[in-house]
Write a protein that binds this ligand. Structure first.
Ligand code: NDP
Length: 412
């Protein structure tokens, strides 16, 4: 399953990789510092850096400590054990460019629920206090930055494969992207709630809305995890810095950052506003899920399904694999996929906005993830379009004529 030479999607360039490598780690530390020690204010952190320069920056960079390594090691070992040993149905992944079909065990929902229940139970029964995680967050992020970097070097040495595995069954990308990364996106918001509860004796409604929406989103992800195994991240992007470092460091730190901010800013929204935001957020998550589900169901049934109550309109697109075989794919051109070629990114971005808006508008930094996600998804839509154009050629052109906009109808 190596396929290290099979680059089917445009690779991330060395220049962009170098900039990611040099900019992202300091950003993660500055984000954590600003949220937790500088009141969420970029101006305050900027003022500190102007005054103290590079040495000031080095002074705020927490060194990885033994407790940080222990927390990470316990979490990683727990997730690896759940991935290996929890039962799950056998799922076939998409055919790779070299014509292989990877096999997965779909036990993501169970792993996610077992993790959350175990984590809350450890707190409830006084065995482990999640506030410790919050109190050592800077050291944990620092350890993740260094540890993941070494891990990525190991992946490069192994050959940046499409489906790297340890043994026959332990899929590294499922571990980094789904289990370590995505489950941390459920665990850390709970940590922030518990920290706020321990500090103030209650959890503010803003924090509750933020946490519930993130948990609904991550639950949706695991509900659909075998669909994720058909996406660009898994099926086309080789395991390296962009994918693995992103999921091991960027997801736990940046994706959960609105909750990190709310710990020390317990905004009270009032029941009515809280419910409006919650309902709007859940609706967006549902629409995003429904877009993914529609495409998957359409492909699974070979186009023999109903899309919004009607037989779907479609394009039969043939393409040639890396080994020269001719294969056939169906492109859905009705339902959500008839509005725009990547309409599902709109509710994805709006959902992120709704779980951030409980922080109100006093500071920009909690909105960083929304801005980042918007840029990421617009870039992703372009990368995916380029890849599909070179895969399907005239059939993709036909799809673009039928569905001319990429993400926002009438605009882009
Ligand atoms: P997509 O769901 O956009 O799938 C893209 C692939 O689907 C294409 O490469 C092509 O693959 C196939 N395809 C394209 N058009 C059609 C069509 N009309 N009919 C049938 N198949 C089609 O993948 P993403 O990975 O971008 O998104 C998956 C989910 O993950 C979304 O919900 C997205 O919002 C979310 N996401 C979240 C991110 C985050 O950081 N929060 C980041 C990225 C995604 P093929 O080669 O099989 O034809």
């Amino acid at each position: 399953m190596g396929e290290s030479k099979m680059v089917h999607s445009p690779p991330v360039t060395y220049a962009s990789m170098l900039s990611l490598l040099t900019l992202c780690p300091p950003f993660v530390i500055l984000l954590w510092y600003t949220m937790i020690h500088a009141d969420g204010s970029i101006c305050q952190t900027g003022g500190y850096l102007r005054q103290h320069g590079l040495q000031g920056f080095l002074n705020i960079w927490p060194m990885p400590t033994a407790i940080a390594w222990k927390i990470i090691a316990c979490y990683a070992a727990f997730e690896a054990a759940l991935q290996l040993f929890l039962p799950g149905k056998r799922v076939e992944g998409p055919i790779s460019p070299a014509g292989n079909r990877p096999i997965y065990k779909a036990n993501g929902v169970a792993a996610y629920l077992v993790t959350l229940i175990t984590y809350v139970s450890l707190w409830w029964f006084g065995i482990f206090n999640p506030s410790v995680v919050y109190d050592h967050l800077g050291e944990i992020f620092s350890a993740l930055i260094f540890g993941s970097f070494i891990f990525c070097i190991f992946l490069y040495i192994k050959g940046m494969e499409l489906y790297p595995r340890i043994g026959k069954n332990f899929d590294i990308k499922v571990f980094t992207n789904c289990r370590f990364g995505m489950i941390s996106w459920g665990v850390l918001p709970l940590t922030y709630c518990i920290k706020q509860y321990e500090e103030n004796g209650r959890v503010a409604d803003s924090m509750l809305v933020n946490t519930i929406l993130m948990l609904v989103y991550v639950t949706k992800f695991f509900w659909w995890e075998d669909g994720y195994w058909n996406t660009m991240d898994i099926a086309h992007d080789r395991a390296g810095f962009y994918i693995c470092w992103g999921c091991l460091v960027w997801v736990p730190s940046v994706y959960t950052s609105p909750g990190m901010y709310l710990v020390n800013h317990p905004v009270n929204l009032g029941t009515q506003l809280a419910i409006y935001i919650l309902v709007a957020g859940i609706l967006c998550i549902y629409i995003n899920y429904d877009c993914d589900r529609q495409r998957q169901e359409f492909r699974r049934t070979n186009g023999k399904c109903l899309v919004w109550g009607k037989a779907p309109s479609k394009i039969q697109a043939s393409y040639t694999t890396a080994t020269g075989e001719t294969k056939m794919s169906l492109l859905l051109t009705s339902g959500w996929w008839g509005i725009c070629r990547h309409f599902h990114y709109v509710p994805e971005i709006l959902a992120a906005f709704f779980w951030t808006v409980p922080a109100l508008f006093n500071h920009f930094l909690p909105y960083f993830y929304v801005v980042f996600l918007t840029i990421l998804l617009f870039d992703r839509a372009k990368r995916d379009d380029d890849r599909c154009r070179s895969k399907y050629r005239k059939y993709w052109k036909l799809y673009c004529e039928k569905v001319p906009y990429r993400i926002v109808p009438g605009i882009y």
